[in-house]
Write a protein that binds this ligand. Structure first.
Ligand SMILES: C[S@@+](CC[C@H](N)C(=O)[O-])C[C@H]1O[C@@H](n2cnc3c(N)ncnc32)[C@H](O)[C@@H]1O
Length: 209
């Protein structure tokens, strides 16, 4: 980590961080975490955090909970929280699925999964985040009408995501196919790489019934 990231982590973690232990679900009281009752967006795998910070800054009436396993990315996001004076962002460190297990059913307004690790080899597909059991868990944490928004630059994963999301009886495809790129999603670091490499990006937006 850079000195700036180390400094941000040590100073800001107590106020903005949430430790996610592996193992049994740790119940999370979202109103307590944010100090208010507002719609909550969960971002899974926030990477270096630029997108999360930009979306939270542009959307002050909703609260953003980012979850990431990569400590330098978490530290960078904490730095962005301070720099932007963001009061509606918290950062969880740990495995997203353990975090989601502890979130209240129907407690989320939206879940963002932007450029999850594609695990391109067939024998690694079982490690993918978007698979039926995980989607059922994520969907259960959405309120009725809440949105699950996924984006990927990996064409085969995009098709697999669509098949998995279409098969969930409680999700409705908001666009009847791949969605047009939403203007509210800033270009992420991984998206920039994909664009440079000439890989098209697919957005998928599904609403909980
Ligand atoms: C390909 S990167 C995309 C990062 C960011 N969303 C972007 O578009 O720039 C995937 C991110 O997911 C994180 N990640 C992978 N598995 C995770 C898990 N189980 N829980 C939380 N984060 C995870 C990785 O550390 C990595 O930062």
């Amino acid at each position: 980590m850079s000195d700036r990231q180390t400094d941000a982590l040590s100073r800001l973690w107590p106020a903005y961080g949430l430790d996610v232990p592996d193992g049994p679900a740790m119940p999370v009281d979202l109103a307590d975490l944010f100090g208010r009752r507002a719609p909550v967006v969960l971002e899974i795998g926030s990477g270096m955090g630029d997108t999360t910070a930009a979306m939270a800054a542009a959307d002050p009436d909703r609260d953003y909970l980012a979850v990431e396993v990569h400590t330098p990315g978490i530290a960078n996001l904490l730095h962005l929280v301070e720099r932007g004076g963001l009061r509606n962002l918290r950062v969880a460190e740990g495995d997203a699925l353990y975090l989601v297990n502890g979130l209240p059913e129907g407690g989320l307004d939206a879940v963002h999964v932007f450029f999850p690790d594609p695990w391109p080899k067939s024998r690694h597909h079982k490690r993918r985040l978007i698979q039926p059991a995980h989607v059922a868990l994520l969907r259960s944490r959405l309120r009725s009408g809440g949105m699950l928004h996924c984006a990927t630059d990996w064409a085969e994963y995009a098709d697999a995501m669509r098949e998995t999301l279409d098969a969930d009886p409680d999700l409705v495809d908001a666009y009847g196919g791949f969605a047009p790129r939403p203007a509210h999603r800033p270009v992420t670091k991984f998206e920039r790489r994909a664009i440079t490499a000439g890989r098209p990006v697919a957005d998928l937006l599904y609403r909980r019934r």
